[in-house]
Design a protein around this ligand. Structure first.
Ligand code: GAR
Length: 204
């Protein structure tokens, strides 16, 4: 299989992108990050990309706070294509991507979500799990489809909820598992040894 040519979209700290960079640099993942885009001009993910010499830029989604407008999405597709991206990695990107991106990259848009889907889609899922009284929380890496946090699941990892957990401590432990799960899921895609049957991703 050819090396994955990744385009990463994020909004925040970029710790998941960092875990992907680390896996590439350690030779655990056959991929290259071609471009990083953030919808927040001073997002730390851009700073991390610069530190590793990865091309990056701000994706202007104004005036919308949470919506990815058509023009911004088309701009995003153009930048990804020009960079030679074949796989789009959503790493803490807090906007819902729409059909134009999914049509430009069919079966090649991946997302990480801080919950054991289908439980707790949406935002601050670790807080939702805590409020619900769950004993297990976790992380899901999945293909993106037209729904919200609803595509076929590639990798999941469970995290025990502790009696004394706060939203912050639980999210921190979920993030430890995220940083294992994303490189693992991308390695599966890089290997090409998977097939999607209905909702199920069969690996091997
Ligand atoms: C991660 O916890 C990720 O799962 C979550 O945002 C955080 C980004 O962290 N994503 C979502 O909630 C998407 N619905 P990072 O910027 O350090 O990678």
């Amino acid at each position: 299989m050819a090396k994955l040519q990744l385009g990463v979209l994020g909004s925040g700290s970029g710790s998941n992108m960092q875990s992907i960079v680390d896996a590439i640099e350690a030779g655990r993942l056959d991929a290259e990050i071609k471009v990083v885009l953030a919808d927040v001009p001073d997002a730390k993910i851009l700073e991390r990309a610069r530190r590793h010499g990865i091309p990056c830029q701000f994706l202007d989604c104004s005036p919308w706070k949470t919506k990815l407008a058509d023009a911004a999405e088309l701009d995003c597709i153009r930048i990804l294509r020009e960079a030679g991206v074949d796989t789009v990695v959503l790493a803490g990107f807090m906007r819902i991507v729409k059909s134009a991106l999914l049509e430009a990259y069919p079966g090649r848009v991946i997302n990480i979500h801080p919950a054991l889907l289908p439980a707790f889609p949406g935002i601050r899922s670790w807080q939702q799990a805590l409020d619900y009284g769950c004993k297990l929380a976790g992380v899901t890496v999945h293909f993106v489809d037209a729904g919200t946090d609803s595509g076929p699941i590639i990798v999941q990892k469970a995290v025990e909820v502790r009696e004394d957990d706060t939203p912050e401590t639980l999210h921190a432990r979920i993030q430890v598992q995220e940083h294992l799960a994303y490189p693992e899921a991308l390695s599966i895609i890089a290997s090409g040894r998977y097939r999607i049957e209905g909702r199920r991703v069969r690996i091997g």
